[in-house]
Design a protein around this ligand. Structure first.
Ligand SMILES: [Zn+2]
Ligand SMILES: [Zn+2]
Ligand SMILES: [Zn+2]
Length: 361
């Protein structure tokens, strides 16, 4: 984040002795001549216009004012002697600075009515133009707060139904788990076996993809590119787009506020659509049989083709007292044990699925 200065504006302070509002640059109350104490903060004026006076801006940049250790009077940071009592200011305490006083009040504030005579006065005025009475501080223009829309909650009925359904699903899952874990044993005889071996055939094919230009493979064909935000960084860079937040006013400790903006920088880059050759499955060669001696297919490959993923599936059909059960061995080693006519103890669950097999000795 980079802090950018938009400009400088006048602040004001309220005299704790008489309640009068004073210009920020005034160190002594214009109404009762009391000095501004160091614990009386500067505030925003109702409408902030940027100061054009270079000398005043230079003063604001010079550093926070100091308070005389003897009489408390506010003096500029450059002063050696107190303007009020001529005391030495080398030990003087600087005002606090850097606090945010509020969002920059750029727009005109509504007029203020005098509480004595009712005359409408501009928001910037501190005294009634008609009767001279001190005017109340105008309310700063309300900052347009983003309207946060609350997600509309589900109705009670919908929630009730949803929880009901969830409950049913949980009950069903538990039932399936319980039922499938309940098993019984039967003795089965191998009726038949089958196997299928398949191997994918892959070919180099043009595949469309998207990537930043410097990451596009060398052999790819770029179809089109467009500028997109690649990253956002704190500091400016050539060609980067500056994105700044709402300006706000910071107390400089001099009666003048600095209007600043936090900015970041969006760096753009070419994001491209391209086609590049990639290995993709385009055919499947398979062999199947009903013996215990499976064989891998051996397809002839054209140029720019290669063999891909291999899959093997085995199946054994048992007969147990006239009922038939299917079992799928994991690998060839297990599969070759199922000689036709051999007898096995089958563990069967409630859904007639074979959970495990062991030789019947
Ligand atoms: Zn006063
Ligand atoms: Zn003094
Ligand atoms: Zn008045």
């Amino acid at each position: 984040m980079t802090k950018k200065t938009v400009g400088y504006v006048h602040l004001e302070w309220q005299c704790p002795a008489c309640g009068a509002r004073n210009k920020g640059v005034d160190k002594i109350c214009h109404s009762c001549s009391a000095a501004q104490p160091d614990d009386v903060q500067f505030e925003q004026v109702a409408q902030e216009t940027l100061i054009q006076d270079e000398q005043l801006i230079a003063q604001a940049k010079a550093g926070p004012d100091v308070h005389c250790p003897f009489c408390g009077t506010r003096n500029s940071s450059k002063a050696d002697q107190c303007s009020q009592c001529l005391a030495d200011l080398s030990e003087a305490k600087a005002r606090e600075a850097g606090q945010v006083v509020g969002a920059h009040q750029k727009n005109a504030a509504p007029d203020v009515a005098c509480s004595f005579c009712g005359t409408m006065n501009s928001a910037a005025a501190r005294h009634c133009v008609h009767c001279g009475a001190a005017l109340p501080k105008a309310a700063p223009e309300a900052a347009a707060k983003p309207q946060v829309k609350r997600a509309t909650g589900m109705s009670k009925t919908a929630r009730f139904v949803l929880f009901g359904l969830l409950g049913l699903v949980v009950v069903a899952c538990i039932a399936v788990m319980v039922l499938s874990s309940r098993t019984e044993e039967v003795v089965g005889e191998v009726q038949g076996v089958s196997w299928e071996y398949a191997v994918a055939i892959e070919a180099l094919m043009p595949v469309e993809d998207e990537e930043w230009r410097d990451r596009v493979p060398d052999d790819a064909d770029i179809l089109s590119c467009q500028q997109e935000v690649r990253r956002t960084q704190a500091n400016p860079a050539p060609g980067a787009v500056e994105v700044c937040g709402t300006p706000y006013t910071v107390d400089t400790g001099t009666g003048v506020g600095e209007v600043v903006q936090d900015c970041e920088y969006q760096v753009y880059d070419d994001y491209c659509t391209f086609t590049a050759l990639q290995w993709r499955e385009f055919d499947l060669a398979s062999l199947a049989g009903d013996d215990l001696d499976p064989d891998w297919p051996n397809p002839s490959l054209a140029q720019d083709q290669r063999l891909g993923e291999e899959t093997e599936t085995y199946e054994v059909i048992f007969d147990a007292d006239g009922r038939s059960y299917t079992y799928q061995p994991d690998d060839l080693n297990e599969f070759t044990q199922f000689e036709a006519g051999s007898r096995w103890i089958l563990e069967i669950n409630t859904f007639n699925a074979v959970r495990s097999v062991t030789p019947d000795r």
